[in-house]
Design a protein around this ligand. Sequence first.
Ligand SMILES: *[C@@H]1O[C@H](CO)[C@@H](O)[C@H](O)[C@H]1NC(C)=O
Ligand SMILES: [Cu+2]
Length: 142
Amino acid sequence: MAARGRGSAGSSSRAPSVAGTALLCVAVAVLLLAATPAAVAGTTYLVGDAAGWTLKVDYGRWVAGKTFHAGDILVFKYNTTWHDVAWVSKGGYRNCIVSPKGRAPVYHTGYDAVTLPRGTHYFICAMPGHCSAGMKLAVTVY
Ligand SMILES: *[C@@H]1O[C@H](CO)[C@@H](O)[C@H](O)[C@H]1NC(C)=O
Ligand SMILES: [Cu+2]
């Protein structure tokens, strides 16, 4: 068994050690991930579940019974031809307007993941008429 691999020992001695180091790094990373408590990662919610972010969904009803915690993620999934997502103020939510001031980022990728901080947060679809038709979501985050 001492002879095994001897012929190529000179040229290949470096490669296995690099590969070994990389493997060790991967192993350590996996162990660190495994050791991280699940609660820290937060929960991901697909807004509206299978229906997604669209008209004709009662988001007040979708929110009911759910408890959101800081770090949880809301994923808004929608067709960008028809919808977008605007993170608005309470007044913006109530009056269906995207305020030019304050917190009003507008997302339009069609698959927007929003990490929730504590507090109450308001999201509306900014397409004309959609918010007033009920395409709005308010979440309280603990
Ligand atoms: C989005 O809606 C448009 C218009 O109704 C449609 O042509 C398109 O296929 C839809 N896209 C997706 C990804 O569903
Ligand atoms: Cu819309």
